[in-house]
Ligand binder design. Sequence first.
Ligand code: PLP
Length: 424
Amino acid sequence: MWDLRLACRGVFRQNPAMAQILPIISDTPSASRVDWLGAVHSQMHAVVDSGIVEVFNYGRNRQGLIPLWVGEGDLATPEFIAEAARLSLARGETFYTYQRGIPELRETIARYMTRIYGAAPGGGAHQPERFFVTIGGMHALQIAMRLVAGPGDEIVIPSPAWPNFDGAIALAGARSVNVPMVSGARWSLDIDRLAAAITPATRAIIVNSPGNPTGFTATLAELAAILDLSRRHGLWIVADEIYGRVVYQGERAPSFHDVMDPDDRILFLQTLSKNWAMTGWRIGWLEAPPALGPIIENAIQYTTSGVPVFIQRAAIAAIEEGESFIADQLSRMKQSRDIICGGLAATGRVRFARPEAAFYLFCSVDGEEDTRTLAKRLVDEAGLGVAPGSAFGAGGEGYIRLCFARSPEQIAEATRRFAAWLAR
Ligand code: PLP
C-alpha cells in the first residue's frame, strides 16, 4: 500500500480530495514482502512528493485551523451552474460523448475567447476547432506535455512555479529546468537567464502568467521577448493563462493572444476551476492549432475518453451567464488581498511583492529561512495552514504561499493570527 500512497502523493499533489484518502492508505499495515516500489516503472519514481501535501496532511484535522494552503476559494459553485448539470442528468445525458468536447461547449468557448481576448490569431472570430475540452487544466497540461516532450527532452520553467508542471514533465519522461525569476517590487523574468537555460534538448518553455505562486504577470514586452526566443530556437510555448481573469485592474492580464501569429507554436491551458468556483468539477480546455485535432483526440481517447456531458452543460452555463459571479468574486478577493497585504506589511517582518493578479500572497518572513518547519509551526502555534515555498522549485525556499481567496472576515482573522504569532 505504501507504494500506492507514494504514487498518489506525487501525481495528485494539490488535490485535496485525493489527499483525504492518503492517511487511510498509509495507516494500513503492509505484510507484503514484495518490493512494490522496485516493481514500479522508473518513470514514476521521477515524480517527487509534494511539499504542500506534506504540510496539508500534517495539519488537516486541526480544529479551527484557517486553510490557506490549497489553491482554491471558499465559495461553492453558483447554483445556476449546478442546475445546468442537474437538468442535463435529468435529460439522461449520461453516455459516452465527443472526445474533443460537445460542439455547443466548444462554440461557447470560441465566443468567450473572442469576447475576452479579441480577434483570433490571424484575425476574425475564434473558431471551435482550436478548443479541446479536458478534465481540468491539469489534464490539458498532461496532454500538452505528451505533445511536446518525451524521454531525454528538457522543458524550461521560470520558477518558483506550480509544482504540477514538474510532475507532468516527469510523467512524460522529460526533465524540467527551473530558471529562477527575479523578485523585487514585482516578480519579473530575466530573458537572458531564460535564453541561457535553452540547450539542444529543450523542447518547450512553460509560461504561467499570471503565475502561481508569485502573482508574476508578464507584460506585453516580456511576452513578446519570450515569443521571440521560442521562434529563434523552434520551441513550443505552453501558456498557462488560467489566472488571466483574476486581475485587480482591468478586465484581463496580457496574453500571448495579444502578440502571436497563427503559425506560432503555442498551446494554451485553461480551466473552469478558478473563475467559476468549479475546482471539484474537473473541467478545462486546451487551445491548440486545429491541425493537431486528430492527435489530441487520440490523447483524450486513451486517457479519459472525454468529459461527462452534464459537466460540459454546467460549463456552458458558467461561461455564458457567469460574468457577474466573476466580478463579485474578484471584488471579494481584492478586499481580502488588501487586508492581508496591509496587515502583514504592518508587522515589519513580512516581505512580498504585492500581487496584482491571481490569489496568492508569496512572502518571506525575516529570520525564518526553513519554511517547511515554519509552515508546520504555523499549524501548531497559530492555527494557520500555509504552503512552504520549497514546494515551488528553485527560488521558492525562504517563502510561504498563502491563498487569500476566502471571505474578507476570515482573511482578517488569519492576518490577525499571523501578526500575533510574529509578535509573540
Ligand atoms: N495551472 C495553475 C497555475 C494552477 O494553479 C492550477 C490549479 O491550481 C491549474 C493550472 C489547474 O487547475 P485545474 O486542474 O483545477 O483546472
